[in-house]
Design a protein around this ligand. Structure first.
Ligand SMILES: Cc1ncc(COP(=O)(O)O)c(C=O)c1O
Length: 448
Protein backbone atom coordinates (compact mmCIF):
# COMPACT_ATOMS: atom_id res chain seq x y z
CA UNK A 1 0.00 0.00 0.00
CA UNK A 2 1.43 3.45 -0.92
CA UNK A 3 1.97 6.08 1.76
CA UNK A 4 -0.73 8.21 0.20
CA UNK A 5 -3.13 5.27 0.34
CA UNK A 6 -2.25 4.63 4.00
CA UNK A 7 -3.15 8.21 4.84
CA UNK A 8 -6.37 8.04 2.86
CA UNK A 9 -7.51 5.07 4.92
CA UNK A 10 -6.33 6.35 8.27
CA UNK A 11 -7.78 9.85 8.24
CA UNK A 12 -11.05 11.56 7.71
CA UNK A 13 -11.88 15.10 6.68
CA UNK A 14 -13.55 17.31 9.31
CA UNK A 15 -17.17 18.10 8.53
CA UNK A 16 -17.29 21.47 10.29
CA UNK A 17 -14.80 24.08 9.17
CA UNK A 18 -16.53 27.01 10.81
CA UNK A 19 -14.79 27.50 14.17
CA UNK A 20 -11.18 27.66 13.00
CA UNK A 21 -10.14 31.18 11.87
CA UNK A 22 -7.26 30.49 9.50
CA UNK A 23 -4.27 32.87 9.61
CA UNK A 24 -3.23 34.88 6.51
CA UNK A 25 -5.98 33.10 4.54
CA UNK A 26 -9.16 34.27 2.83
CA UNK A 27 -11.37 32.20 5.14
CA UNK A 28 -14.59 32.19 3.13
CA UNK A 29 -12.91 31.17 -0.11
CA UNK A 30 -10.90 28.52 1.73
CA UNK A 31 -13.90 27.02 3.49
CA UNK A 32 -15.80 26.78 0.19
CA UNK A 33 -12.91 24.80 -1.37
CA UNK A 34 -10.55 23.69 1.41
CA UNK A 35 -6.99 22.52 0.81
CA UNK A 36 -6.33 20.02 3.59
CA UNK A 37 -3.33 17.75 4.03
CA UNK A 38 -3.32 14.77 6.34
CA UNK A 39 0.19 13.36 6.05
CA UNK A 40 3.64 13.99 4.64
CA UNK A 41 6.88 12.20 3.77
CA UNK A 42 10.07 13.61 2.25
CA UNK A 43 9.05 15.70 -0.81
CA UNK A 44 5.29 15.13 -0.60
CA UNK A 45 2.14 15.96 1.27
CA UNK A 46 -0.80 13.55 1.18
CA UNK A 47 -4.49 14.39 1.02
CA UNK A 48 -7.36 12.45 2.54
CA UNK A 49 -8.45 11.31 -0.92
CA UNK A 50 -5.08 9.70 -1.51
CA UNK A 51 -3.26 12.27 -3.64
CA UNK A 52 0.50 12.84 -3.25
CA UNK A 53 1.17 16.59 -3.56
CA UNK A 54 4.69 17.74 -4.46
CA UNK A 55 5.84 20.23 -1.82
CA UNK A 56 7.18 23.27 -3.63
CA UNK A 57 7.21 25.34 -0.46
CA UNK A 58 8.97 23.22 2.21
CA UNK A 59 5.70 23.64 4.09
CA UNK A 60 6.30 27.33 4.65
CA UNK A 61 10.07 27.62 4.19
CA UNK A 62 10.44 25.21 7.12
CA UNK A 63 11.05 21.58 6.15
CA UNK A 64 14.47 21.92 4.52
CA UNK A 65 15.34 18.23 5.00
CA UNK A 66 11.95 17.05 3.73
CA UNK A 67 9.03 15.81 5.77
CA UNK A 68 8.72 13.39 8.65
CA UNK A 69 12.37 12.48 8.82
CA UNK A 70 12.73 9.42 11.02
CA UNK A 71 15.46 10.72 13.38
CA UNK A 72 13.50 13.91 14.09
CA UNK A 73 10.25 12.02 14.67
CA UNK A 74 12.02 9.61 17.03
CA UNK A 75 13.73 12.42 18.96
CA UNK A 76 10.42 14.19 19.58
CA UNK A 77 8.69 10.99 20.62
CA UNK A 78 11.47 10.06 23.01
CA UNK A 79 11.66 13.54 24.50
CA UNK A 80 7.90 13.66 25.10
CA UNK A 81 8.17 10.44 27.10
CA UNK A 82 11.25 11.56 29.04
CA UNK A 83 10.77 15.25 29.95
CA UNK A 84 7.65 16.96 28.68
CA UNK A 85 8.34 20.44 29.99
CA UNK A 86 10.93 22.31 31.99
CA UNK A 87 10.56 25.91 33.19
CA UNK A 88 13.02 28.13 31.34
CA UNK A 89 13.12 30.93 33.94
CA UNK A 90 15.55 30.11 36.78
CA UNK A 91 15.70 26.43 35.67
CA UNK A 92 16.84 24.59 32.57
CA UNK A 93 17.29 21.20 30.94
CA UNK A 94 20.42 19.81 29.24
CA UNK A 95 19.25 19.91 25.62
CA UNK A 96 18.79 23.70 25.73
CA UNK A 97 22.53 24.15 26.35
CA UNK A 98 23.44 21.47 23.85
CA UNK A 99 21.35 23.02 21.10
CA UNK A 100 22.62 26.53 21.83
CA UNK A 101 26.22 25.29 21.53
CA UNK A 102 25.47 23.50 18.25
CA UNK A 103 23.83 26.61 16.78
CA UNK A 104 26.69 28.86 17.86
CA UNK A 105 29.11 26.45 16.18
CA UNK A 106 27.19 26.88 12.91
CA UNK A 107 27.08 30.67 13.11
CA UNK A 108 29.78 32.94 11.69
CA UNK A 109 32.13 35.19 13.69
CA UNK A 110 31.57 35.73 17.39
CA UNK A 111 27.81 35.11 17.41
CA UNK A 112 28.36 33.17 20.60
CA UNK A 113 25.03 33.16 22.46
CA UNK A 114 21.45 32.12 21.75
CA UNK A 115 18.18 33.42 23.20
CA UNK A 116 15.37 30.94 22.48
CA UNK A 117 11.73 31.67 21.72
CA UNK A 118 9.01 29.95 19.68
CA UNK A 119 8.61 31.66 16.34
CA UNK A 120 10.13 34.07 13.91
CA UNK A 121 7.92 36.89 15.12
CA UNK A 122 9.08 36.38 18.68
CA UNK A 123 12.67 36.17 17.51
CA UNK A 124 12.36 39.55 15.79
CA UNK A 125 10.74 41.26 18.76
CA UNK A 126 13.37 39.68 21.02
CA UNK A 127 16.22 40.99 18.84
CA UNK A 128 14.74 44.50 18.73
CA UNK A 129 14.33 44.50 22.52
CA UNK A 130 17.89 43.26 23.03
CA UNK A 131 19.13 46.07 20.76
CA UNK A 132 17.31 48.73 22.78
CA UNK A 133 18.34 47.27 26.13
CA UNK A 134 21.96 46.85 24.97
CA UNK A 135 22.37 50.55 24.26
CA UNK A 136 20.60 51.29 27.53
CA UNK A 137 22.92 49.18 29.68
CA UNK A 138 25.90 50.82 27.98
CA UNK A 139 24.66 54.27 28.94
CA UNK A 140 23.44 55.21 25.44
CA UNK A 141 19.74 55.26 26.18
CA UNK A 142 19.10 57.86 23.47
CA UNK A 143 19.60 55.13 20.86
CA UNK A 144 15.98 54.08 20.51
CA UNK A 145 15.26 54.36 16.80
CA UNK A 146 14.80 51.15 14.80
CA UNK A 147 15.33 51.02 11.05
CA UNK A 148 13.65 48.43 8.82
CA UNK A 149 13.17 48.32 5.07
CA UNK A 150 10.30 48.72 2.63
CA UNK A 151 8.86 45.34 1.57
CA UNK A 152 10.56 43.70 4.56
CA UNK A 153 8.71 40.99 6.50
CA UNK A 154 9.60 40.44 10.13
CA UNK A 155 6.59 38.56 11.43
CA UNK A 156 3.47 39.90 13.05
CA UNK A 157 4.41 41.22 16.50
CA UNK A 158 4.15 44.96 16.98
CA UNK A 159 7.93 45.29 16.68
CA UNK A 160 7.99 43.17 13.55
CA UNK A 161 5.18 44.98 11.74
CA UNK A 162 6.66 48.35 12.71
CA UNK A 163 10.04 47.64 11.11
CA UNK A 164 8.36 45.57 8.39
CA UNK A 165 7.46 47.19 5.10
CA UNK A 166 4.41 45.40 3.73
CA UNK A 167 1.46 47.77 3.67
CA UNK A 168 -1.34 45.27 4.36
CA UNK A 169 0.47 43.95 7.43
CA UNK A 170 0.64 47.49 8.84
CA UNK A 171 -2.27 49.60 7.77
CA UNK A 172 -5.00 48.17 10.01
CA UNK A 173 -3.02 48.11 13.23
CA UNK A 174 -2.83 51.63 14.51
CA UNK A 175 0.23 53.76 14.96
CA UNK A 176 2.65 50.86 15.57
CA UNK A 177 5.97 51.49 17.36
CA UNK A 178 7.13 55.08 17.52
CA UNK A 179 10.55 56.09 16.22
CA UNK A 180 10.85 53.68 13.31
CA UNK A 181 12.15 54.53 9.85
CA UNK A 182 12.71 52.48 6.70
CA UNK A 183 15.39 52.00 4.08
CA UNK A 184 14.15 51.83 0.49
CA UNK A 185 13.45 48.39 -0.95
CA UNK A 186 16.05 47.06 -3.36
CA UNK A 187 14.00 45.80 -6.31
CA UNK A 188 14.01 47.53 -9.68
CA UNK A 189 12.56 45.50 -12.53
CA UNK A 190 14.12 47.62 -15.26
CA UNK A 191 17.58 47.04 -13.85
CA UNK A 192 17.25 43.55 -12.48
CA UNK A 193 14.70 41.51 -14.48
CA UNK A 194 15.42 37.79 -14.87
CA UNK A 195 18.54 37.79 -12.69
CA UNK A 196 19.95 34.54 -11.35
CA UNK A 197 21.42 35.16 -7.91
CA UNK A 198 22.26 38.59 -6.54
CA UNK A 199 21.53 41.43 -8.97
CA UNK A 200 24.40 43.67 -10.09
CA UNK A 201 22.35 46.83 -9.59
CA UNK A 202 21.35 48.21 -6.22
CA UNK A 203 24.29 48.19 -3.76
CA UNK A 204 24.13 51.99 -3.64
CA UNK A 205 20.72 51.77 -1.93
CA UNK A 206 22.54 50.82 1.29
CA UNK A 207 23.86 54.39 1.33
CA UNK A 208 20.33 55.53 2.14
CA UNK A 209 21.26 54.59 5.69
CA UNK A 210 23.67 57.52 5.68
CA UNK A 211 20.73 59.74 4.73
CA UNK A 212 18.72 58.43 7.70
CA UNK A 213 21.72 58.99 9.98
CA UNK A 214 21.98 62.56 8.69
CA UNK A 215 18.28 63.06 9.34
CA UNK A 216 17.99 61.48 12.80
CA UNK A 217 21.60 61.46 14.04
CA UNK A 218 23.39 58.21 14.87
CA UNK A 219 23.02 58.89 18.59
CA UNK A 220 19.28 58.15 18.25
CA UNK A 221 19.54 54.96 16.19
CA UNK A 222 19.68 51.56 17.90
CA UNK A 223 19.56 49.04 15.09
CA UNK A 224 18.91 48.21 11.46
CA UNK A 225 17.06 45.00 10.62
CA UNK A 226 16.93 43.45 7.15
CA UNK A 227 16.36 40.05 5.60
CA UNK A 228 19.42 39.01 3.55
CA UNK A 229 16.79 38.05 0.98
CA UNK A 230 13.28 39.45 1.33
CA UNK A 231 11.07 36.37 1.14
CA UNK A 232 7.48 37.26 1.95
CA UNK A 233 7.94 40.66 0.30
CA UNK A 234 8.25 38.82 -3.02
CA UNK A 235 11.63 36.99 -3.16
CA UNK A 236 14.05 39.90 -3.54
CA UNK A 237 17.71 38.82 -3.31
CA UNK A 238 20.13 41.41 -1.94
CA UNK A 239 22.04 43.27 -4.66
CA UNK A 240 25.74 42.42 -4.89
CA UNK A 241 27.68 44.32 -2.23
CA UNK A 242 24.56 45.76 -0.56
CA UNK A 243 24.80 43.89 2.74
CA UNK A 244 28.54 44.53 3.02
CA UNK A 245 27.89 48.24 2.57
CA UNK A 246 25.17 48.21 5.20
CA UNK A 247 27.60 46.52 7.60
CA UNK A 248 30.24 49.20 6.99
CA UNK A 249 27.81 52.06 7.60
CA UNK A 250 26.46 50.42 10.77
CA UNK A 251 30.03 49.97 12.04
CA UNK A 252 30.87 53.59 11.30
CA UNK A 253 27.96 54.81 13.43
CA UNK A 254 27.89 52.04 16.10
CA UNK A 255 24.45 50.95 14.94
CA UNK A 256 23.59 47.28 15.48
CA UNK A 257 22.90 45.23 12.35
CA UNK A 258 20.32 42.46 12.64
CA UNK A 259 19.88 39.87 9.90
CA UNK A 260 16.45 38.29 9.96
CA UNK A 261 17.33 34.79 8.77
CA UNK A 262 14.02 33.15 9.60
CA UNK A 263 13.84 31.82 6.04
CA UNK A 264 17.41 32.20 4.82
CA UNK A 265 18.85 30.22 7.73
CA UNK A 266 19.56 26.48 7.65
CA UNK A 267 20.61 25.97 4.08
CA UNK A 268 18.06 27.86 2.00
CA UNK A 269 20.84 29.92 0.37
CA UNK A 270 23.39 27.08 0.47
CA UNK A 271 24.94 27.92 3.83
CA UNK A 272 23.99 27.45 7.48
CA UNK A 273 23.21 31.18 7.46
CA UNK A 274 23.08 33.65 4.57
CA UNK A 275 25.50 35.82 6.56
CA UNK A 276 28.17 33.31 5.54
CA UNK A 277 27.22 33.50 1.87
CA UNK A 278 27.74 37.26 1.98
CA UNK A 279 30.79 37.27 4.25
CA UNK A 280 29.07 39.62 6.69
CA UNK A 281 28.84 39.10 10.45
CA UNK A 282 25.73 40.84 11.74
CA UNK A 283 25.34 41.69 15.43
CA UNK A 284 22.32 39.42 15.74
CA UNK A 285 20.68 36.75 13.61
CA UNK A 286 17.05 35.81 14.10
CA UNK A 287 16.07 32.26 13.16
CA UNK A 288 13.07 29.88 13.34
CA UNK A 289 11.42 27.54 10.79
CA UNK A 290 14.31 25.34 9.58
CA UNK A 291 15.78 25.20 13.09
CA UNK A 292 13.57 22.20 13.79
CA UNK A 293 12.82 21.34 10.15
CA UNK A 294 9.35 22.68 10.98
CA UNK A 295 8.63 19.72 13.27
CA UNK A 296 8.24 21.75 16.49
CA UNK A 297 7.76 25.49 17.03
CA UNK A 298 11.05 27.18 17.80
CA UNK A 299 12.72 30.50 17.13
CA UNK A 300 15.73 32.27 18.52
CA UNK A 301 18.29 35.03 18.32
CA UNK A 302 22.02 34.50 17.88
CA UNK A 303 23.85 37.34 19.62
CA UNK A 304 27.45 38.50 19.40
CA UNK A 305 29.65 38.02 22.41
CA UNK A 306 30.10 41.74 23.10
CA UNK A 307 26.35 42.28 23.35
CA UNK A 308 25.84 39.40 25.79
CA UNK A 309 28.83 40.54 27.83
CA UNK A 310 27.45 44.08 28.12
CA UNK A 311 24.49 42.63 30.04
CA UNK A 312 26.61 40.45 32.35
CA UNK A 313 27.36 43.26 34.79
CA UNK A 314 25.89 44.20 38.14
CA UNK A 315 24.94 41.97 41.07
CA UNK A 316 24.85 38.29 40.14
CA UNK A 317 21.45 37.57 41.66
CA UNK A 318 19.73 40.17 39.47
CA UNK A 319 18.11 39.18 36.16
CA UNK A 320 20.09 40.77 33.32
CA UNK A 321 17.35 40.86 30.66
CA UNK A 322 13.69 41.06 31.64
CA UNK A 323 12.45 39.04 28.71
CA UNK A 324 11.53 35.44 27.91
CA UNK A 325 8.71 33.04 27.08
CA UNK A 326 7.09 30.16 28.96
CA UNK A 327 8.10 27.94 26.08
CA UNK A 328 11.61 29.31 25.49
CA UNK A 329 13.84 26.29 24.79
CA UNK A 330 10.93 23.86 25.12
CA UNK A 331 12.29 20.32 25.52
CA UNK A 332 10.38 18.95 22.50
CA UNK A 333 11.65 21.78 20.30
CA UNK A 334 15.22 21.35 21.54
CA UNK A 335 15.07 17.60 20.87
CA UNK A 336 13.69 18.30 17.39
CA UNK A 337 16.37 20.95 16.83
CA UNK A 338 19.24 18.65 17.79
CA UNK A 339 17.97 15.82 15.60
CA UNK A 340 17.42 18.30 12.76
CA UNK A 341 21.01 19.56 12.94
CA UNK A 342 22.17 15.92 12.82
CA UNK A 343 20.14 15.31 9.67
CA UNK A 344 21.41 18.51 8.05
CA UNK A 345 24.99 17.47 8.84
CA UNK A 346 24.72 13.76 8.02
CA UNK A 347 22.90 14.33 4.73
CA UNK A 348 24.99 17.35 3.74
CA UNK A 349 21.76 19.29 3.21
CA UNK A 350 23.34 22.77 3.03
CA UNK A 351 26.12 21.63 0.71
CA UNK A 352 23.61 19.93 -1.54
CA UNK A 353 21.54 23.11 -1.78
CA UNK A 354 24.66 24.98 -2.81
CA UNK A 355 25.59 22.37 -5.39
CA UNK A 356 22.19 22.26 -7.11
CA UNK A 357 21.60 26.05 -7.11
CA UNK A 358 22.68 26.42 -10.79
CA UNK A 359 20.44 23.51 -11.86
CA UNK A 360 17.55 25.05 -9.97
CA UNK A 361 18.13 28.53 -11.41
CA UNK A 362 18.37 27.25 -15.00
CA UNK A 363 15.26 25.11 -14.65
CA UNK A 364 13.11 27.89 -13.21
CA UNK A 365 14.35 30.45 -15.75
CA UNK A 366 12.94 28.09 -18.38
CA UNK A 367 9.55 29.60 -17.47
CA UNK A 368 10.61 33.02 -18.72
CA UNK A 369 8.46 33.10 -21.82
CA UNK A 370 5.32 31.62 -20.31
CA UNK A 371 2.21 33.80 -20.59
CA UNK A 372 1.98 36.67 -18.11
CA UNK A 373 5.44 36.12 -16.59
CA UNK A 374 6.92 39.57 -15.90
CA UNK A 375 10.05 38.58 -13.99
CA UNK A 376 11.77 35.59 -12.39
CA UNK A 377 14.32 35.87 -9.59
CA UNK A 378 16.34 33.02 -8.14
CA UNK A 379 18.82 32.70 -5.29
CA UNK A 380 19.78 29.58 -3.34
CA UNK A 381 16.87 27.16 -3.65
CA UNK A 382 14.31 29.93 -3.94
CA UNK A 383 12.49 31.40 -6.90
CA UNK A 384 10.04 34.27 -7.23
CA UNK A 385 7.90 34.49 -10.35
CA UNK A 386 5.96 37.73 -10.93
CA UNK A 387 2.75 37.22 -12.87
CA UNK A 388 0.87 40.07 -14.50
CA UNK A 389 -2.00 41.02 -12.18
CA UNK A 390 -5.52 40.76 -13.56
CA UNK A 391 -6.52 44.35 -14.37
CA UNK A 392 -9.61 44.28 -12.19
CA UNK A 393 -8.27 42.29 -9.23
CA UNK A 394 -4.64 42.44 -8.05
CA UNK A 395 -3.71 39.20 -6.28
CA UNK A 396 -6.46 37.17 -7.96
CA UNK A 397 -4.20 35.51 -10.51
CA UNK A 398 -1.80 34.57 -7.72
CA UNK A 399 -4.62 33.08 -5.66
CA UNK A 400 -6.03 31.19 -8.65
CA UNK A 401 -2.56 29.80 -9.32
CA UNK A 402 -2.15 28.57 -5.75
CA UNK A 403 -5.58 26.90 -5.79
CA UNK A 404 -5.18 25.35 -9.25
CA UNK A 405 -1.72 24.06 -8.37
CA UNK A 406 -3.02 22.21 -5.33
CA UNK A 407 -6.37 21.07 -6.71
CA UNK A 408 -5.47 20.18 -10.28
CA UNK A 409 -1.70 19.72 -10.46
CA UNK A 410 -0.78 18.10 -7.14
CA UNK A 411 1.60 20.93 -6.27
CA UNK A 412 1.88 23.05 -3.14
CA UNK A 413 3.49 26.47 -3.47
CA UNK A 414 3.29 29.89 -1.87
CA UNK A 415 2.14 33.22 -3.20
CA UNK A 416 2.63 36.87 -2.27
CA UNK A 417 0.03 38.80 -4.22
CA UNK A 418 0.66 37.85 -7.85
CA UNK A 419 4.17 36.57 -7.13
CA UNK A 420 4.70 32.82 -6.92
CA UNK A 421 7.33 31.72 -4.40
CA UNK A 422 8.98 28.35 -4.98
CA UNK A 423 11.00 27.09 -2.02
CA UNK A 424 11.02 23.28 -2.00
CA UNK A 425 12.78 21.11 0.57
CA UNK A 426 16.51 21.17 -0.13
CA UNK A 427 16.55 17.41 -0.68
CA UNK A 428 14.72 17.88 -3.99
CA UNK A 429 16.25 15.70 -6.74
CA UNK A 430 17.04 17.01 -10.21
CA UNK A 431 14.15 14.93 -11.59
CA UNK A 432 11.83 16.49 -9.04
CA UNK A 433 13.07 19.98 -9.97
CA UNK A 434 12.06 19.23 -13.56
CA UNK A 435 8.72 17.84 -12.38
CA UNK A 436 8.06 20.90 -10.23
CA UNK A 437 8.87 23.30 -13.07
CA UNK A 438 6.60 21.32 -15.44
CA UNK A 439 3.77 21.59 -12.95
CA UNK A 440 4.30 25.33 -12.52
CA UNK A 441 4.31 25.76 -16.31
CA UNK A 442 1.02 23.87 -16.60
CA UNK A 443 -0.56 25.96 -13.86
CA UNK A 444 0.61 29.28 -15.29
CA UNK A 445 -0.90 28.31 -18.65
CA UNK A 446 -4.08 27.09 -17.00
CA UNK A 447 -4.77 30.33 -15.09
CA UNK A 448 -3.72 32.69 -17.90
C1 LIG B 1 12.01 36.90 7.54
C2 LIG B 1 10.90 36.48 8.46
N1 LIG B 1 10.89 36.93 9.72
C3 LIG B 1 9.93 36.57 10.59
C4 LIG B 1 8.94 35.70 10.21
C5 LIG B 1 7.87 35.33 11.17
O1 LIG B 1 7.96 34.02 11.57
P1 LIG B 1 6.76 33.32 12.32
O2 LIG B 1 5.65 33.17 11.31
O3 LIG B 1 7.34 32.02 12.79
O4 LIG B 1 6.35 34.19 13.45
C6 LIG B 1 8.93 35.19 8.91
C7 LIG B 1 7.87 34.25 8.49
O5 LIG B 1 7.74 33.90 7.34
C8 LIG B 1 9.93 35.59 8.01
O6 LIG B 1 9.93 35.17 6.73
Amino acid sequence: MSLAETHRRATSVPNDLDAFWLPFTPNRAFKRAPRIVVGAKDMHYFTADGRAVLDGAAGMWCCNAGHNRAPIVAAIQQQAAELDYAPPFQFAHPKAFELASRLVALAPGDLAHVFFCNSGSEAVDTALKIALAYHNVRGQASRTRLIGRERGYHGVGFGGISVGGIVYNRKHFGSLLAGVDHLPQTYNREQQAFTKGEPEWGAHLADELERLVALHDASTIAAVIVEPMSGSGGVLPAPKGYLQRLRAICDKHSILLIFDEVITGFGRLGYAFAAERYGVVPDMITFAKGATNGAAPMGGVLVRKGIYDAFMQGPEHVIELFHGYTYSAHPLACAAGLATLDVYRDDGVFERAKAIEPVWADAVMGLKSEPGVLDIRTVGIVAGIDLAPRPDAPGKRGYDTLAAAFNDHDLMMRITGDTLALTPPLIISETQIAELVDKVRDVIRAVN
